[in-house]
Design a protein around this ligand. Sequence first.
Ligand SMILES: *[C@@H]1O[C@H](CO)[C@@H](O)[C@H](O)[C@H]1NC(C)=O
Ligand SMILES: *[C@@H]1O[C@H](CO)[C@@H](O)[C@H](O)[C@H]1NC(C)=O
Ligand SMILES: *[C@@H]1O[C@H](CO)[C@@H](O)[C@H](O)[C@H]1NC(C)=O
Ligand SMILES: *[C@@H]1O[C@H](CO)[C@@H](O)[C@H](O)[C@H]1NC(C)=O
Ligand SMILES: *[C@@H]1O[C@H](CO)[C@@H](O)[C@H](O)[C@H]1NC(C)=O
Ligand SMILES: *[C@@H]1O[C@H](CO)[C@@H](O)[C@H](O)[C@H]1NC(C)=O
Ligand SMILES: *[C@@H]1O[C@H](CO)[C@@H](O)[C@H](O)[C@H]1NC(C)=O
Ligand SMILES: *[C@@H]1O[C@H](CO)[C@@H](O)[C@H](O)[C@H]1NC(C)=O
Length: 899
Amino acid sequence: MMHPCLFIIFSFLLLLLEATTANQLVSVGDVNNKFFDVERRALLDFKSHLQDPNGSLSTWTAEDDDDCCTWRGVMCNDQGHVTQLDISRNNLNGTIHRSIGSLTQLRYLTLSYNSFYGTIPQEFGNLNNLQGLSLGYVGRCRVENIEWLSHLSHLEDLVMDGISLAKANQWVNVISSLRNLSWLSLDGCELSQVMYPYSSSFLNSSSSSIETLILSNNNLTSSMYHWLFSLTSNKLRDLDLFGNTLDGIPINPGNLCTLTSLKLYNNPMLINLPDFLYNFSRCTSLRLTYFYASDSEFTGSLSDDIQKISSLRYLYLSGNHINGTISEKLWELPELTSFDLSQNSLSGAISEKIGNSGAIIIKLSKNPLQGVPSIDHMSNLSYVESLDLNSCKLGPSFPKWIQKLKKLTYLDISSNGISDTIPLDFWDMWPSQLRFLNLSSNNISGEVPDLSLNFDNHSVIDLSSNSFNGPIKNVSSAVALLNLSRNKISGGISFLCQFVDGFLEFLDLSHNSLTGQLPDCLWHFKELKVLNLGNNNLSGRLPASIESLFKLEALYLYKNDFYGELPLSLKNCTSLNSLNLGANKFSGNVPVWLGENLSGLYALILSSNNFFGTIPLQLCQLPNLQILDLSSNSLYGTIPSCLNNLTSMVQQGFLPPPNVHPFTTQWYHSRSAHPDIIYEYYVDHAMIEWQGDEREFFRNLGLLKSIDLSSNNLTGHIPYEITNLFELIALNLSKNALVGEIPRNIGQMKKLIALDISRNNLAGGIPSSMTQMTFLGYLDVSYNNLSGRIVSSTQLQSFAPSRYDGNAGLCGLPLSKKCLGDEEPVIGKSEDDGEDEFWGWFYIGGGTGFAIGFWIAIGALLLNRRGRHAFFQFYDSFKDWVYVKVVVFVLKLQRAKYT
Ligand SMILES: *[C@@H]1O[C@H](CO)[C@@H](O)[C@H](O)[C@H]1NC(C)=O
Ligand SMILES: *[C@@H]1O[C@H](CO)[C@@H](O)[C@H](O)[C@H]1NC(C)=O
Ligand SMILES: *[C@@H]1O[C@H](CO)[C@@H](O)[C@H](O)[C@H]1NC(C)=O
Ligand SMILES: *[C@@H]1O[C@H](CO)[C@@H](O)[C@H](O)[C@H]1NC(C)=O
Ligand SMILES: *[C@@H]1O[C@H](CO)[C@@H](O)[C@H](O)[C@H]1NC(C)=O
Ligand SMILES: *[C@@H]1O[C@H](CO)[C@@H](O)[C@H](O)[C@H]1NC(C)=O
Ligand SMILES: *[C@@H]1O[C@H](CO)[C@@H](O)[C@H](O)[C@H]1NC(C)=O
Ligand SMILES: *[C@@H]1O[C@H](CO)[C@@H](O)[C@H](O)[C@H]1NC(C)=O
């Protein structure tokens, strides 16, 4: 390490040498090697303090004749001085070494997007030729004394995103002194922790040249306007303040009148929109073209003052609390190109002025808006290409006014209470090619329309959840996503054979009345990823051409009359991760190749078929399997003890399949041709049966880890290995011929919410480990040969006595039969069964145990965000089954306590 003084002297000498060489015009090669060795060494020194796992700096070597100007990321001037250094996005880890300070001729330095840590060295102050310094997201770095920055007087662009300036409390003064600075980005710099002494002299600094100022994610409050205006001047164009805590813009926006772009989104403070617009409208001239304030807390109406901002092109105010009607003036803004007011409380009719609107993209979804009341005076000159009115109130009549929008290529009027037929001329009207049509979740009736129209390649049609009837006739081969599920469609599906090398990726025809066979013409569906034909009346064997669906990820054929053995050709569908063939008439053995070839499977549902034979051990080879349902078949033999090889049921976390998770729409998003358009589409859900009760799981199916082997002819013991499936949430082994005892460690499956082992021949006692199963919300051990005392826990006594029926030897609560030596159990008297369970539980649990256990469990889930999200998704699926029951108990408990 060089002493700082030596370093400075050395740098000085270097400068001197440099001047001399320039004057003497000596042969460049030699001199470079000798004197610019200092810069080369500085770079090597810098490198030596780094880990470079990707070898990005492998060209930076200490070979004698190596010219550092040829190194990766290094650029030199004619004299051989390093003037630019760009080593961004190289996965470098380590401290930023101060040797960089000797590259005094540097003009541009970019270290962004690496994993540096520590402080930014003071020696950066020697780089007084710098015009651009980019330290954005360099890693976990901080600046403690920012004085060095004031030496970089030529600086024009400065990016310090993600660097902590919490201790650099002079930064406002220092930055105000950089007279040529035009771009300043301080995203996430912990600026809020800096104290700014208010000084009126700041406000007068009109000479600042900053044009772009990014201060996002700093938790700044409106008090920052005091110093903000010392940084800005009448040159400011772009101001980005998102992710702060601002409660408005200053009464006199003054300096903000020059803005062309203002970003305030994600701001948690209430701001009155009319006041805000009024303040802006007082500027004598406005140039604002881009106003982005989504997901904030704007209240009040979109007032007529919007007209004063006549330069506005992009207006994004989705996810606020804006109410009232939309000002007519909005439609008249001459430059408006795209606006998003979705997820507010806007009401009233949509103005017929939409017919002359110059806007191309309009999003008004999730507002209680009604359609255009009369089309008599509506012009058809609009430029609207994309109209999103999802979840508004356009119904009950079909919104015919939409046909006046002659340039539409994207239309979403789903969930609008439309109870009508589609006008005949609707399908003729499209002069341009449709890309996206979503009419789903209305009550639209009439025959399935002819879909062979003017569709653009890779287009999307969603007519699901309506009342369309009749057969499907023609569908354009240009379609990528077709959803006709949940209608009253009948007839066969031979229309599929019309597709010739199309783009179809997603086909959902489930929940209709389709008949006939799956035609043997699947050769043309090379792109198909999701095929859902569930809940129809289809029959026949699966065609051999199914082998060409090698991109297929989800195949749902549940609830039909398909029969025969599973064709060997299905083996070729190696991308499958979700296979639901439940409730058909498939027969034969459960194929071993399911385990050997379809290794990505995470849901395998073969329930309610005619499969027979033993459970193949190869199923244990499916590391991602989270749902295994073989219930209601004719399987015999023992439960494989290798089940604990099902990694994802043993290990925490949810392993999404390598490519696409069929229960999200990632793959679909990439399809949306327009970046402004994100279409939430849930591919499909799985149908899970439990106790003959069918549940549909929509999102986050991945969290449900369950095994259902019920209603077969399985024999032997419950393998103790099964208790290693720590992540299992539901286990159903009921209605078999299992013998032996309940595995003693069953209680270590602490996440089990539902356990059914009823109607077997199990003997022995209820293991005491079961007292640890605090989540258990459903238990059935009835009709076995169990005996002994039901161990007392907050949970086990809360179930109805019938869940223990048919076990002559069991005693203790909640059964009325007392165990030998016990006192008479106290059982509360009440009218219904639920009350019975409640009181029984209440007395035993002492009234607190259960509630505490419950809230601790919920608390644990609430702790991390992922868990919390997971919980609520999970809650949705199970609510009427487990949690509501629990909550009712808690409420009853409170009632009992306080009345
Ligand atoms: C560096 O390598 C890792 C894996 O070793 C890779 O994930 C990453 O993308 C690479 N980064 C760059 C910048 O090449
Ligand atoms: C960087 O290195 C430090 C110390 O060697 C280490 O703790 C850290 O995990 C590394 N970070 C990355 C992103 O590699
Ligand atoms: C600032 O920019 C002006 C105009 O480009 C230039 O003349 C002046 O030298 C610059 N000042 C500094 C300190 O770089
Ligand atoms: C943001 O500021 C508020 C009040 O000024 C404070 O309560 C809160 O803790 C701050 N949040 C962060 C993340 O610094
Ligand atoms: C808009 O919401 C405010 C409360 O935020 C309420 O006082 C006002 O009456 C509402 N206006 C309309 C037109 O609904
Ligand atoms: C089977 O899948 C492979 C890719 O995994 C594919 O190349 C092949 O064409 C498929 N076979 C048939 C008959 O489609
Ligand atoms: C289960 O895993 C173990 C260890 O990884 C392995 O030896 C065994 O063969 C596996 N069993 C089956 C049936 O896959
Ligand atoms: C179970 O096996 C018995 C005899 O082995 C047979 O009678 C019965 O039908 C089988 N049950 C089922 C559901 O396959």
